[in-house]
Design a protein around this ligand. Structure first.
Ligand SMILES: NC(=O)c1ccc[n+]([C@@H]2O[C@H](COP(=O)([O-])OP(=O)(O)OC[C@H]3O[C@@H](n4cnc5c(N)ncnc54)[C@H](O)[C@@H]3O)[C@@H](O)[C@H]2O)c1
Length: 318
């Protein structure tokens, strides 16, 4: 199979590329390295890496014409600055339109998309969230990602849109695990907010993506572990993996009225159609992520949230 991956050097894109290449598929990645490390995806047989932006229609058309992909995994996205509406629109809406039009003209058989659970808004009205929950994005990232998802649906290309819980694992540079790891390894204080989130290990997600690219499923799906964990449990998984014993339990701060107590997706359609269940326990997945941070460092981390929305400490102030 010839697979074109947008954002192929990113966290999810590079795990997918590694998995496909190991199975003998041919992969082309297009990435502008806005939020990825160049080293994430090593040069290897079967892999073509193009540096460029999906916001540029000529670049996108050129890679589709030269490579002739059978299927597309569209993982490139902009999210690192909540106020960068133009950049979010350029990459997530216009960039997706460029990918979709080029894919349609190239006769691509399937497109897999990675949608954010924030398409349901920051205050979902049900737990777990079903696929019928109203779509009501309330940030630049979620609005532009939702526009992209709509254009994919409009195109008529057979698609699978995976609406994701919080994916974590090696190479992940956003969310609680890299933040806790950095602060703990520098001896800085941490706190957690009294909320619960749905964490999925990246290898569990990649199983679904690979099956979707090879022909399983049609339409929208949730990729979720099926159960939520408190941020405190995530913190403790990180300290356990680092072999740290703290003198005192981590400070738990009450949530504000803006904090959803839990965000949990209902994975039942995915479990049925893909005959899949998230299998990696939190302790095991976090241990693999920490092994990676120990070897490669954390460096710059990115988030689509404003500092006051983070459920983990963002700065030196605890
Ligand atoms: N990680 C999660 O928990 C999560 C949750 C929901 C949705 N998603 C979606 O999954 C996809 C992958 O996210 P990730 O977690 O791997 O993040 P990531 O930042 O590691 O990957 C995104 C990639 O897109 C690239 N990129 C950004 N703008 C680009 C442009 N204009 N042209 C080409 N490349 C560009 C970045 O450099 C990066 O490599 C994204 O579409 C994201 O919206 C991720």
């Amino acid at each position: 199979m010839k697979v074109l991956i947008t954002g192929g050097s990113g966290f999810i894109g590079s795990h997918l590329a590694d998995r496909l290449l190991a199975q003998g598929d041919e992969v082309l990645s297009i990435d502008n390295y806005a939020t990825s490390r160049r080293g994430n995806l090593a040069e290897q047989d079967g892999l073509t890496m193009v540096e460029g932006s999906i916001a540029d229609p000529d670049t996108v058309r050129g890679v589709f014409e030269d490579f002739g992909p059978d299927v597309v995994a569209h993982a490139a996205a902009s999210y690192k600055d909540p106020d960068a509406w133009v950049e979010d629109t350029r990459t997530n809406a216009l960039g997706t339109v460029n990918v979709v039009e080029a894919a349609r003209d190239a006769g691509v058989g399937r497109l897999v998309y990675f949608q954010t659970a924030l398409c349901y808004g920051t205050k979902p009205i049900e737990q777990p969230i079903t696929l019928d929950h109203p779509i009501r994005p309330d940030s630049s990232y979620a609005i532009s990602k939702t526009a992209g998802e709509e254009y994919i649906e409009l195109s008529g290309i057979p698609f699978v849109s995976l609406r994701l819980a919080n994916v974590y694992g090696p190479r992940n540079m956003s969310g609680p695990p890299p933040t806790f790891y950095s602060r703990l390894s520098e001896g800085k204080p941490c706190f957690v907010v009294d909320t619960r989130r749905d964490f999925v290990f990246v290898e569990d997600l990649i199983e679904v993506v690979e099956a979707a690219l090879r022909g399983t499923g049609e339409g929208h799906y949730h990729v979720s572990s099926g159960s939520d964990h408190s941020i405190k449990e995530m913190f403790e998984a990180v300290t356990d993996a680092m072999g740290i014993e703290l003198d005192e339990e981590v400070e738990v701060r009450p949530r504000t009225e803006d904090d959803a107590p839990s965000i949990l997706l209902d994975p039942s359609r995915t479990e049925r159609d893909f005959e899949w269940k998230a299998g990696v326990p939190l302790s095991e997945g976090v241990a693999k992520a920490i092994e990676y941070y120990k070897a490669e460092g954390v460096g710059e981390t990115y988030t689509h949230l404003r500092a006051e929305e983070l459920k983990v400490p963002a700065s030196d102030e605890s």
